[in-house]
Design a protein around this ligand. Structure first.
Ligand code: NAD
Length: 470
């Protein structure tokens, strides 16, 4: 699978129902994806359940070695994987996009493989002895969204396999090929049945996966609405859940910043993956004293970042992955315009042009309760809100049901840390937004979900804790 055509051929269905897949940048046909159903899902669960005891019986070192070999396979196929990801998802090869995503898959896999989780002695006082083991759960269901379809799948798959579980993955409908390709590459080295994948539709196959009594844990990343449905579905079997849901992250810029110095990080915090990122900066609150200056530098930087077809090496911003998301962004920007907010960049899409391109858009002097601020835009349109009172802005940052990430921007780290303590978010970044590390727990507060991925917490999340006492 070292070239694009071989990779595509390996995942192209030979039999059964299939549908066409089109490039969101050009509309060109890029391949066909299988359309699967609940019977296919049941077969995949059969395979995963059958393979699990032997996979769990391997030593931790043996499993880790196989995960490293899977990471080697991803690296060997990195260019074709990135090309397919770019064509199907729309994200450019360059910038923090397709090549970055594929390389992150290998990094997360290797980190999960190398993170130790030894037996913990909890009590040993001469009279009492208790230790904590982390056993496999069994079969894990891994349901991914379309924005980072390979990387998020790996976040779910890597710790699950590391802990001795087998996996049934379900990619999003609109990025099915990316999920299939990743799994096909890894399955060149993994034992039969350990890693399985079933294509959508999500509402039937995904729903059945979450209701299966043979699946002990669901790792879900996607919208809060679907997350709530999964909570209901899990009740019958008391299925374990990790839910990484929507976000509408606030960034608060204090009056002491160097506007020129933070412009690039503000931009990428908001516009990474053309804004289609759960923990992107989605509402930027800037103090009145530096508002005009911050806006000016941000807009100047934004203007220098090219948007276009992903396979063109110069581009760092791409189309919206699907037309539905384009319409959401368009509706929210129109609502901002109608309210009298000032569009300082973009906001003028060409609806008849080829591809789902929505221009990089920055909206100033917007009411803090406009829909573009309150709803998750999940696209390249950033509202910049002017504030004067710090307590009031902390209140605005905390007023939504989301609580994935937040950021504080200041020359005074201690002052920023004090504000961080008041923000209701799973992660608060200082002078950056959205950076992730495979050893640092990541997850949401409030309705952005529960459970944590990555690092030791992430391994424990896909294990059954068992106390052995006496
Ligand atoms: P989505 O909720 O529509 O779909 C996510 C996945 O769930 C898809 O694979 C879909 O097929 C499947 N699905 C749909 N209905 C289902 C059901 N009833 N039961 C089980 N599975 C079902 O989300 P999306 O539009 O693909 O992704 C965008 C959303 O995901 C945004 O809200 C974004 O913030 C969120 N997101 C969160 C994180 C995070 O880490 N917190 C990361 C990326 C994206």
């Amino acid at each position: 699978m070292h070239n694009y055509d071989t990779l595509l051929a390996a995942i192209t269905p030979q039999t059964g129902p299939a549908r066409e897949v089109h490039d969101p940048a050009t509309g060109a046909l890029i391949g066909t994806a299988p359309v699967q159903d609940v019977a296919d899902l049941e077969s995949a669960i059969d395979r995963a359940a059958a393979a699990q005891p032997a996979w769990a019986a391997l030593s931790g070192e043996e499993r880790s070695a196989l995960l490293h070999r899977a990471a080697d396979a991803i690296e060997a196929a990195a260019e074709p994987l990135a090309e397919l990801l770019s064509r199907e998802q729309g994200k450019p090869l360059n910038g923090p996009n397709a090549r970055f995503e594929v390389s992150a898959c290998a990094v997360w896999l290797r980190t999960a493989a190398d993170t130790p989780l030894p037996v913990e002695v909890i009590v040993d006082d001469g009279e009492n002895y208790a230790e904590m083991h982390y056993r496999p759960i069994g079969v894990v269901g891994a349901i991914a969204p379309w924005n980072w379809p390979m990387m998020i799948a790996i976040w779910q798959i890597a710790p699950s396999l590391r802990m001795g579980n087998t996996v049934v993955a379900k990619p999003a409908e609109t990025t099915t090929l990316s999920g299939l390709a990743l799994v096909a590459v890894m399955n060149q080295v993994l034992p039969e049945g350990v890693l399985n994948i079933v294509a959508g539709p999500g509402r039937t196959v995904g729903d059945a996966l979450t209701k299966s009594p043979r699946v002990g844990k669901i790792m879900f990343t996607g919208s809060t609405d679907v997350g709530k449905r999964i909570i209901e579905a899990s009740a019958n079997n008391v299925t374990r859940l990790t839910l990484e849901l929507g976000g509408n992250d606030a960034g608060i810029v204090l009056p002491d910043v160097d506007a020129a110095a933070i412009a690039a990080d503000l931009f990428w915090g908001a516009f990474i993956n053309t804004g289609q990122t759960c923990a992107a900066l989605k509402r930027l609150y800037v103090h009145d004293a530096v508002y005009d200056e911050v806006l000016e530098h941000l807009v100047a930087f934004a203007k220098s970042m090219p948007m276009g077809v992903g396979l063109d090496e110069q581009n760092v911003l791409g189309p919206l992955q699907n037309r539905g998301q384009y319409e959401i962004v368009h509706r929210l920007v129109e609502s901002a315009k109608a309210s009298g907010a000032r569009v300082v960049l973009g906001g003028d899409p060409d609806h008849d042009a080829v591809g789902n391109f929505y221009p990089t858009t920055i909206v100033a002097d917007i009411d803090p309760h406009n829909d573009l601020v309150l709803e998750e835009q999940f696209g390249p349109a950033l509202p910049v809100i002017r504030y004067t009172d710090l307590d009031a802005v902390v209140g605005l940052a905390n007023e939504l049901e989301f609580g994935l990430g937040a950021s504080v921007w200041s020359a005074d780290r201690d002052a920023a840390r004090q504000i961080a303590a008041r923000l209701q978010a799973g992660t608060v970044w200082i002078n950056s937004h959205g950076g992730l590390h495979p050893m640092v727990p990541f997850g949401g507060a409030k309705q952005s979900g529960y459970g944590r991925e990555f690092g030791v917490d992430g391994l424990k999340a896909v294990a059954e804790p068992q106390v052995v006492s006496g």
